[in-house]
Design a protein around this ligand. Structure first.
Ligand SMILES: *[C@@H]1O[C@H](CO)[C@@H](O)[C@H](O)[C@H]1NC(C)=O
Ligand SMILES: *[C@@H]1O[C@H](CO)[C@@H](O)[C@H](O)[C@H]1NC(C)=O
Length: 172
């Protein structure tokens, strides 16, 4: 009998174990940048975005889920135009990264949109929706969230959602 199949199997196992270890450390590393859904919901609520201009927490969470996956990792775009953070706020209109010329309407450094403090992100998003009057700045809201049952996004979040979830935008 040729002993090699066993050695080969052992080598394959070692590669597998190594790959799994590598994969799980990558997963852990990127997990650190994922903001908890209910934590975001609470901050949005605390900063007055529940029912702000008729949009519900479900609308915001659905938008963030589809824009960034609750992920605050820095953008990987190879171009100078980039979108940062949970809300994928861009560096041509709303934040400044010091490279791309920007109107910087939120008066904020883009690097503040990829750190752990999400309050300034939310306040900038609030400014965007206030200026536009709607969530259309986020194309994925219209595509994925608008008119859908969004209750799953706030499900089991352990804080009071004070106002009923009406949707005034449906009357546009
Ligand atoms: C912009 O932010 C800086 C501090 O980061 C502040 O000193 C300045 O007054 C702000 N400008 C406006 C127009 O709000
Ligand atoms: C930046 O964002 C604004 C609204 O949020 C949008 O109108 C504009 O097209 C965006 N710019 C780029 C380059 O994506």
């Amino acid at each position: 009998m040729d002993p090699h199949p066993i050695l080969q199997a052992a080598a394959v196992m070692r590669v597998l174990v190594f790959t799994l270890a590598l994969l799980s450390s990558v997963l852990v590393a990127s997990e650190a940048k994922i903001i908890q859904r209910c934590h975001l919901a609470k901050e949005l609520n605390d900063l007055g975005l529940s029912q702000y201009l008729g949009f519900t927490l479900g609308d915001w969470l659905c938008t963030v889920f589809h824009e960034s996956g609750f992920n605050t990792d820095p953008p990987v775009s190879p171009t100078r135009r980039k979108a940062y953070g949970l809300f994928r706020i861009n560096n041509s209109d709303w934040c400044s990264d010091g490279v791309q010329p920007s109107k910087n309407l939120c008066n904020i450094s883009c690097s503040k949109l990829i750190d752990d403090d999400i309050k300034d992100d939310i306040l900038c998003a609030k400014k965007i929706i206030k200026q536009n009057g709607h969530l259309k700045a986020w194309p994925r809201w219209a595509k994925r969230c608008r008119g859908k049952d969004l209750s799953v996004y706030v499900k089991s979040c352990n804080f009071e959602i004070p106002i009923q979830e009406t949707k005034s935008y449906e009357t546009w």
